[in-house]
Design a protein around this ligand. Structure first.
Ligand code: SAM
Length: 236
C-alpha cells in the first residue's frame, strides 16, 4: 500500500485536499496513506524563520536548507520505522522535469514517495542537491508555492493505486493513458438544450461503439494536440 509524504509550509491545506473525495475514501479504507508535515517545525531559531535573503542580491527570500533537510530526514525515519524503504524524493520546482501521465505511471511503482514544496523565491540549491532523486515541474508557468504541484503529482499517482478507483480499468480509457485524448462522454438525458447524444451510443452495439470512440479519440487528438498525435503515430 503506497505512502505519500508532503513536506510543506502549508500542511493543513494539503492534507485537507488529500482527505477529500476519492483519495480520502481510499485512505480511510486502508488502500493508501498520506501525511503532510510542517517544515517550520524543524527550524532551530526562536522566531521560527524558514527563509533568508538571497546571496548575491535579488528580490524575494530563499528557503533555508536546514529545516527542509531536518524535516525530510524525520520523514525518512518515520517511513523506516514502518518497515518501508527510504522514500523516492521529489522536489517541486519550476525548473524541474515536466510532469506527465507517463511519469505518474512510473512513480506509481514506488512503495513510498516524499514530495517537497518550496515557497517564496524557492529553496537553497544545496538541499535539492543533497536530497532530491528528481525535480518535477507541473508545467511551464510559476506558482507561488509547490503545494498545488505536489497535490497534482500525489493525486495522479495515488489514483493509479489498487483499490482507489472503483473501476480500475476506467483509467486505461482516459486521456493520456495510451498517448491519446479521450473520446467525448455523454449521460442522461438523451436530448439536452436541443443537443442529441450521438445515436451510435444508444445502439447497444459494443463493436460499433468501440470503433466510434476510437475514431473520436484519434480525431480529437489530431485536432487539439497535433504534438501528441505525431508521437502516437510514430510509436502507437
Ligand atoms: N524562483 C523560482 C524560479 O524562477 O524557478 C520560482 C519559485 S516559485 C515562486 C516558489 C515555489 O513554487 C518553488 O520553490 C516550487 O516549489 C513551486 N513551483 C512554482 N512553479 C512550479 C511548477 N511549475 N512546478 C512545480 N513547482 C512549482
Amino acid at each position: 500500500m503506497m505512502r505519500v509524504d508532503i513536506a510543506t509550509l502549508f500542511p493543513e491545506m494539503c492534507q485537507r485536499v488529500l482527505d477529500e473525495s476519492i483519495l480520502g475514501r481510499a485512505a480511510k479504507r486502508g488502500h493508501i496513506e498520506t501525511h503532510c508535515h510542517q517544515i517550520r517545525d524543524y527550524t532551530l531559531n526562536r522566531q521560527k524563520q524558514v527563509d533568508d535573503y538571497p546571496y548575491g542580491g535579488g528580490c524575494g527570500m530563499v528557503m533555508n536548507a536546514q529545516p527542509i533537510y531536518d524535516c525530510c530526514m524525520d520523514i525518512i525515519r518515520q517511513n523506516e520505522e514502518q518497515g518501508r524503504p527510504r522514500p523516492h524524493i521529489l522536489f517541486m520546482t519550476a525548473a524541474g522535469q515536466p510532469f506527465s501521465e507517463e511519469k505518474a505511471k512510473e512513480l506509481a511503482q514506488y512503495d513510498n514517495l516524499l514530495l517537497v514544496c518550496g515557497h517564496y523565491e524557492g529553496m537553497d540549491e544545496r538541499v535539492i542537491e543533497e536530497l532530491a532523486d528528481e525535480e518535477i515541474s507541473i508545467g511551464d508557468y510559476v506558482l507561488t508555492g509547490g503545494e498545488l504541484a505536489a497535490l497534482v503529482v500525489a493525486d495522479s499517482v495515488l489514483r493509479l493505486q489498487p483499490g482507489v478507483l472503483s473501476q480500475p480499468e476506467g483509467y486505461q480509457d482516459e486521456s493520456h493513458w495510451n498517448g491519446l485524448l479521450e473520446y467525448p462522454q455523454y449521460t442522461r438525458p438523451e436530448e439536452w438544450n436541443g443537443r442529441k447524444v450521438p445515436p451510435v451510443l444508444l445502439s447497444g452495439h459494443h463493436g460499433k461503439i468501440e470503433e466510434w470512440r476510437r475514431q473520436q479519440s484519434l480525431e480529437r487528438t489530431q485536432k487539439r494536440r497535433p504534438d501528441l498525435y505525431q508521437k502516437y503515430k510514430k510509436e502507437p
